[in-house]
Design a protein around this ligand. Structure first.
Ligand code: GLY
Length: 593
């Protein structure tokens, strides 16, 4: 099996020009927002480690990226210390995903005729899960940071108190009809109809005070006055989050999933994200092909087998995955090489295999759970990557779910609540906004975490094998990539697109980030491609039996893109860091020193 070297500057085969990656010698932060990147770099320069910087970025994005950065949402943080040892710890995964309130029920979004009530799980008070971001970011700082919460939150507090300058592109996002529906959101983000104009600073004094309280005592968000304020407001307006729900919330430290692909170790997200296991199953299926031999990046033959791997892994996602605290999942089988080999035998190299006729290989997986409903995710999430001068790496993805979450801002506290309850299945068998049809494993239940697709991932060279008699832990492999993206159900395929472009096809990190994406999720049986995806490849795939849908093909005004990869690669020749900042948005930044 040959793997292409990671050559800086190699262009896509199909006409997408290479843009230079940002290059630094020691440390790097890449985010969708320049102010958040600057916050992270400020903290690294002040002596902070990658976790300090990541926490600074998380809080800064809560100020400067209100559609996805958040205090009122939740997410995941994957941490890979450069030198795993008793002092620095092993790689770990922080799960601060939102939870369903205790009063949530499986059919809470259905009407009397058991039809899904449109919008109930996506907008307003009832759509909010118990937020996890404050618990997660403060846990990360307390256990893995060096500088302390007050220092790492200082840039966010400054940005809220003194304001920041949103660009035209950012200001356009504030014209969101859901924000208009809720008075506090309309007042803060839409100035009651007198919308902010380019050159005007958005100052958020309530949010600044809220951040100052969190910096002084983060537990107050869950147990003190702030918790009571949140619960009273939500319940007064018909939502379910109670003071007890907030008091019961906890960030969970979980073991990351570990897989291998062509000599690389893949460290990635465990459930309650589906991201990591679907990523590993996809890569295991693909490990039986020599992708560069099939053709260049985005060639018909490559896209065909990658799509067939997506189709099979997403089929398993829908049937088996949910909150690990509520069900046992066949993760070992899903990640096994023999299962991947059996799936590979079902792939026809010349044509697509329709999802409706796809049969799971016998003898590997248990029967899927057969109780309640399915799940769903959204495009509005955000990912950021950090590597510090010691080589510690953080990949973090967090979210409010849909843009601006529920649309509801908590008065006096200045932050938006999520609408993550929509990531549960409102009704079994009914496709969600992304067309995902899933099984009972992801039904709503009290205090359960909804299934996610967020896929923070860190790739390193595989460690040398432990020799007989040698003590573990042994020397970890060299860091190669820090990956992740928003994009709802497309998150996992975006991470695969990026990873294969770099590891198999040798694209540099910036070119990989900007390469046109393709996505398949089993159902609907449609191969989605971004608007810039090469037309000859799309035509050839259609001839091979795919229903190819070009994103926003019928709406010339729409961007026709999805995701936002904010990536870091390590140049294996020089050990320099290369930042891939997704040019689908124009206010992000890769920077460091
Ligand atoms: N809300 C998007 C996700 O968690 O996958």
């Amino acid at each position: 099996m040959s793997v292409a070297p990671c050559l800086p500057g190699r262009a896509l085969a199909q006409g997408v020009p290479a843009a230079p990656a940002t290059r630094t010698a020691h440390a790097m932060v890449v985010t969708i927002h320049h102010d958040a990147t600057d916050a992270g770099v400020e903290i690294l320069r002040a002596g902070g480690n990658a976790v300090d910087a990541a926490v600074a970025v998380g809080f800064a994005l809560a100020v400067v990226l209100p559609q996805a950065g958040n205090l009122g949402g939740g997410g995941f943080m994957l941490i890979r210390p450069a030198h795993p040892d008793p002092d620095h710890g092993e790689p770990t995964f922080l799960d601060y995903r939102e939870k369903a309130p205790a009063a949530a029920t499986a059919d809470m979004y259905l009407d009397e005729e058991r039809n899904v009530v449109p919008g109930l799980s996506t907008v307003g008070y009832l759509s909010a899960g118990v937020p996890g971001s404050v618990a997660g970011l403060s846990y990360a700082e307390a256990h893995f940071g060096k500088l302390g919460l007050a220092r790492v939150m200082a840039p966010a507090i400054r940005l809220a108190r003194e304001g920041y300058l949103p660009s035209d592109e950012e200001l356009a996002t504030f014209h969101d009809e859901h924000l208009t529906r809720f008075p506090e959101s309309r007042r803060i983000f839409q100035r009651d109809g007198d919308f902010y104009r380019p050159g005007e600073r958005l100052v958020q004094p309530e949010l600044a005070r809220c951040l100052e309280s969190i910096a002084a005592d983060p537990t107050g968000f869950y147990h003190g006055d702030m918790a009571r304020q949140i619960a009273t407001f939500v319940q007064k307006n018909g939502g379910l989050i109670s003071a007890d729900d907030l008091a019961a919330y906890e960030c969970k430290e979980r073991s990351p999933l570990i897989g291998h692909y062509h000599g690389y170790e893949i460290l990635t997200a465990p459930p309650p994200s589906s991201g990591g296991i679907v990523l590993l199953e996809t890569l295991n299926i693909l490990s039986g092909y020599d992708l560069p031999k099939l053709g260049p990046d985005r060639s018909t033959a490559q896209v065909h087998v990658i799509t067939e791997a997506f189709r099979r892994a997403y089929m398993d996602r829908g049937d088996y995955l949910g909150d690990p605290d509520f069900l046992t999942m066949p993760l070992a089988q899903m990640a096994s090489a023999s299962y991947a080999a059996a799936w590979r035998k079902t792939i026809d190299r010349t044509k697509s295999s329709p999802s409706a006729t796809l049969v799971r290989p016998a003898g590997f997986m248990p029967p899927p759970p057969s109780a309640p409903p399915a799940a769903h995710e959204s495009p509005q999430t955000t990912h950021f990557s950090v590597v510090d001068a010691d080589g510690n790496a953080v990949a973090s993805t967090y979210t409010l779910n849909f843009p601006f979450g529920s649309g509801v801002t908590v008065p006096g506290l200045g932050f938006l609540l999520n609408d993550e309850m929509d990531d549960f299945a409102s009704k079994q068998g009914v496709p969600n906004g992304f067309g995902l049809i899933q099984g009972p494993a992801n039904a709503i239940a009290p205090r359960k975490r909804p299934l996610s697709s967020m896929t923070p991932t860190i790739v390193s060279e595989s460690s040398p094998p432990v020799r007989p008699g040698e003590a573990e832990p042994h020397v970890p492999g060299r860091l190669r990539l820090v990956l992740g993206s928003p994009g709802g159900s497309t998150i996992i395929t975006t991470v695969v697109n990026d990873l294969i472009s770099v590891l198999d096809n040798g694209l540099d990190i910036q070119t990989a980030t900007d390469a046109p994406r393709f996505h398949h999720q089993f159902l609907p049986d449609v191969l989605q491609v971004e608007k810039r995806f090469p037309a000859p490849t799309a035509d050839a795939l259609a001839a091979a039996g795919y229903v190819v849908q070009r994103a926003a093909a019928f709406d010339e005004k729409a961007e026709g893109v999805w995701g936002d990869s904010e990536l870091i690669a390590v140049d294996p020749a020089t050990n320099e860091l290369l930042g891939g900042q997704d040019h689908r948005h124009h206010f992000g930044k890769a920077a460091g020193y």
